[in-house]
Design a binder for this molecule. Structure first.
Ligand code: NAP
Length: 338
């Protein structure tokens, strides 16, 4: 049995993740039980929700306990197997198997990763993984953009937002993205076909929304919350929809998070606001993939991965999600691809 290296939650962060909140430690690997496989993790997904899991706030999964391995999604290669279903050498999605070099996973939680010609492994951690499904179901099941409607997306150049916007374009909507910095905005309008992009770091978001959404807003795919969400809600139309995907602007907050400043508008404009978590849609994953995969293979949906080398850099790298200092779905390469 090889040795294992893990990131363990040492204390709950207060505000931004700080040195000492997580520790990188050596750990022994126990022998496999029947039905289990040993996965050498290749890619770790870093997600904004990692910060929520580090806290003990009321949330959709149990918090990571202090002393436990940090939770995170991985894919990897099976190096030993006591399963009849999963063989050595197979590449599997190991679920939320954690920030560690090796994971011991029950066969029920290890899903073989398909191989599609020309599709890199990183796609299954992004556009053809939970990220793509989040964008797909949030947009099509809750947002339901109609041809000609105006869709606004916050964190639009991010992993989920960039895919959500392209899906709305494929459904015939006008799409306006909100992102930080001229390079990200140029990618949205130049490469992804967004109709407009608003650089929230350098522009007045409300004034820009007035310019780019002259007929108001029909769908707000909300990833950020706070002042950006307020500016969008203030311009939403009658019977508009708001898939509430995330509120990243508040994940490091040490104060209670206020709701929309003009909540009465939700009533006056009869706005549908629906929070959702991608795990609710996993029973419908095949349905989502049946629509998403052809778009990706035909180049109708573009995506990027930002890969940080080395598990030892994970605790520093996860902070990039909160500064925007990454270009695409943030991943860590833990070990070489097979
Ligand atoms: N509901 C679900 O099941 C589900 C699943 C996955 C993700 N999510 C949510 O979706 C959102 C995006 O996640 P992702 O994985 O795709 O990450 P991501 O968008 O690739 O990265 C996060 C981005 O958020 C933006 N951001 C961070 N702090 C901000 C702030 N204070 N104000 C404005 N923008 C800020 C940054 O973009 P800029 O460079 O543009 O500032 C950053 O690049 C998050 O809220 C996440 O929690 C929800």
């Amino acid at each position: 049995m090889p040795g294992n290296r893990q990131w363990v939650l040492k204390k709950r962060p207060v505000g931004d993740i700080a040195p000492g909140d997580l520790a990188f430690v050596d750990a022994p690997l126990r022998p496999l039980e029947p039905g289990e496989v040993l996965v050498r993790n290749v890619y770790l997904s870093l997600d904004p929700t990692n910060r929520i899991w580090m806290s003990d706030q009321d949330q959709y999964l149990p918090p990571v306990e202090v002393g436990d391995v940090m939770r995170g999604g991985t894919i990897g290669v099976v190096e030993a197997s006591r399963s009849d279903r999963i063989k050595e050498g197979q590449v599997v999605n190991a679920g939320l198997s954690g920030w560690q070099t090796y994971s011991i996973v029950h066969e029920a939680m290890a899903n073989p990763v398909p191989t599609l010609p020309g599709v890199p492994l990183t796609a299954y951690m992004s556009v053809l993984g939970a990220t793509g499904l989040t964008a797909f179901f949030g947009m099509t099941d809750i947002g339901r953009p109609q041809p000609g409607e105006t869709v606004v997306i916050s964190a639009a150049a991010g992993a989920v937002g960039s895919i959500a916007g392209q899906i709305a374009k494929l459904k015939g909507a006008r799409v306006v993205g909100i992102a930080g910095g001229p390079a990200k905005c140029a990618w949205l309008t130049g490469d992804l076909g967004f109709d407009a992009a608003i650089d929230y770091k350098n522009e007045d978001v409300g004034a820009a929304l007035d310019r780019h959404c002259p007929r108001g807003i029909d769908v707000n795919f909300e990833n950020v919350g706070g002042e950006i969400m307020d500016a969008v809600i203030a311009r939403m139309n009658n019977f508009s929809r708001m898939p509430l995907c995330g509120m990243i602007s508040s994940y490091n907050s040490t104060e209670p998070v206020p709701g929309p400043s003009d909540f009465a508008r939700v009533l006056m404009r009869r706005i549908l606001i629906k929070g959702f978590i991608v795990i609710d849609y996993l029973p419908r994953a095949a349905e989502g993939m049946a629509e998403l995969a052809p778009w990706v293979l035909e180049g109708k949906i573009k995506w990027k991965a930002h890969v940080v080398e080395g598990l030892e850099n994970a605790a520093e790298a996860v902070k990039r999600l909160f500064t925007g200092d990454h270009d695409g779905k943030l991943l860590v390469r833990i070990s070489p691809e097979p």
